[in-house]
Design a protein around this ligand. Structure first.
Ligand SMILES: Cc1ncc(COP(=O)(O)O)c(C=O)c1O
Length: 377
C-alpha cells in the first residue's frame, strides 16, 4: 500500500466531495433531472470562463475541444497564424495541418513566451489570415502568454483569436470576454478538479460568423449540434454524465472560494514553489513563469530518474520535460486541488530524491524557502 500524491500538471487530484459525486448512480441524460444539472453547470462554466457566451461540454480530453476549435472555424486551404511556445502550442499546427489548413508561424523557442508584436507583424503581412491560435499557460514549459495583449491586436482584424486554456482555466487569471478571446477551450482534469474525459469550448459572435463559413467536414465535433442541444439543456450525444454531475460540485467549490481568491491561492503556491526550487540551487525554466506549474532545470542525466524515483519510492508524481526538454526539466504542479501541504510534501521528497541521486543540496532548504514564502504571502 502506498499513498499517492498527484502533483502533475494534469490530471490533478480530485476533492473528496467531487469524487463522491463521480460514484453516484448514473442519471439518464434525456431527463429533467439531468437537464437541471446541465443548466446549473452551463451557468457555472460561464463564470469560470468569465464569459457571457454559452460554454459547450464535449466528451473527450482537452484535445477534443482543440480539434473542435479548428474544424468549426476554418476551411481547407485557409491561412492561420499559430503562436506556439511549446508542445501544446505546436498541437494547434498539427491539428490544422491535418485538415489542409496553411499554418503561418509566429512561434518562439520552447521556454520563451510568444511575442504579441510578432503576431501583429504576421497579421499585417498576411491579411487573409482567418485565425490566430495560441496557448494561455503552456504546460510543457510552464510559461504564460499575454493573452490580453494578443486580444487587443487580433480584435482589430478580421481574424478570430483562439486560445487553449486547458491548464490555465481556474488556476490563473483568465478573462475570455474582457481579453477579447473569440474561442477558448479547456478540459476537466486540471483546474476543474475532475477525472479526465470532458472538454469545453466557448465562442464569441465573431467566432460564430467564422463557423458559418467553415467547410471542414465534421460530424461528432459539429459545434452547431452542441448549440442546438444546449437550448434544451442537453448534449447531442450521450455525455459523460458522471463527470458533468461531478462538475456541478467542483464549480460549487470554485464559487465558494471565489475565482479571484483561487487565482491568488495558486499565485502564492507558485511563489513558494519557485522559492523552493531556487533554494535547492535549481534554475527556474521559462521566460514568464505561469502560476499553475513550476518548471526547473535539473542535471540532464537525472531528470527522468528524479520523476521515476519520486513516484516509485515516495508515491509523489511530478512531471518531467517533453520533447527536447525530456530529462532536462522537472515540472511541479500547483493547480486544482493541490494545496500548501501537498507542495511541502513534494519538496521534502524532492530533497530526499536529489540527495539519493547524488545532487549536492542542503536538505531542508527547499522546504524552508517554500514555508517562508507561504508564511509571508
Ligand atoms: C495547455 C494544454 N493544452 C492541451 C492539452 C491537451 O489536453 P488533453 O491531454 O486533455 O487532450 C493539455 C494537457 O496536458 C495542456 O496542458
Amino acid at each position: 500500500m502506498k499513498k499517492q500524491y498527484l502533483l502533475t500538471p494534469g490530471p490533478t487530484p480530485i476533492p473528496p466531495e467531487v469524487a463522491l459525486k463521480e460514484a453516484l448512480p448514473i442519471l439518464h441524460h434525456r431527463t429533467s433531472e439531468f437537464a437541471a444539472v446541465y443548466k446549473d453547470v452551463a451557468e457555472g462554466l460561464k463564470y469560470v470562463f468569465q464569459t457571457k457566451n454559452e460554454v459547450y461540454m464535449v466528451a473527450g480530453s482537452g484535445t477534443a475541444a482543440m480539434e473542435m476549435a479548428v474544424v468549426n472555424a476554418l476551411s481547407p486551404q485557409d491561412e492561420i497564424i499559430v503562436a506556439s511556445c511549446g508542445n501544446f502550442g505546436d498541437r494547434w499546427a498539427k491539428i490544422a495541418q491535418s485538415y489542409g489548413v496553411k499554418v503561418i508561424s509566429a512561434s518562439v523557442a520552447w521556454g520563451n513566451a510568444v511575442k504579441p508584436a510578432e503576431i501583429e507583424k504576421a497579421l499585417k503581412e498576411n491579411p487573409n489570415v482567418k485565425a490566430v491560435y495560441t496557448t494561455f499557460t503552456e504546460t510543457s514549459t510552464g510559461v504564460v502568454n499575454d493573452i490580453k495583449a494578443i486580444g487587443e491586436i487580433v480584435v482589430k482584424t478580421n481574424a478570430v483569436l483562439v486560445v487553449d486554456a486547458v491548464s490555465g482555466l481556474g488556476g490563473q487569471e483568465f478573462r475570455t470576454d474582457d481579453w477579447k478571446v473569440d474561442i477558448a477551450v479547456s478540459g476537466s482534469q486540471k483546474g476543474l478538479m475532475l477525472a479526465p474525459g470532458l472538454s469545453f469550448i466557448t465562442l464569441s459572435d465573431k467566432a460564430w460568423k467564422a463557423v458559418e463559413n467553415s467547410k471542414i467536414p465534421k460530424f461528432y465535433f459539429d459545434i452547431k449540434k452542441y448549440k442546438k442541444s444546449y437550448a434544451t439543456s442537453e448534449t447531442p450525444f450521450t455525455p459523460p454524465v458522471t463527470l458533468i454531475v461531478a462538475l456541478q460540485e467542483s464549480i460549487k467549490l470554485i464559487k465558494e472560494r471565489g475565482l479571484e481568491n483561487l487565482w491568488n491561492d495558486y499565485k502564492l503556491l507558485a511563489k513558494a514553489a519557485r522559492a523552493g526550487m531556487k533554494a535547492l540551487g535549481l534554475e527556474l525554466f521559462g521566460e514568464t513563469p505561469c502560476e499553475v506549474v513550476t518548471s526547473a532545470k535539473v542535471p540532464e542525466e537525472i531528470g527522468g530518474k528524479i520523476v521515476k524515483t519520486l513516484r516509485e519510492k515516495y508515491g509523489v508524481s511530478i512531471a518531467g520535460g517533453q520533447g527536447d526538454l525530456k530529462g532536462k526539466i522537472i515540472r511541479f504542479a500547483h493547480m486544482g486541488y493541490i494545496g500548501k501541504a501537498d507542495l511541502l510534501v513534494g519538496f521534502a521528497c524532492l530533497e530526499m530524491v536529489l540527495t539519493e541521486l547524488g545532487v549536492k543540496i542542503e536538505k531542508g532548504k527547499g522546504v524552508a524557502a517554500a514555508e517562508e514564502a507561504l508564511l509571508n504571502g
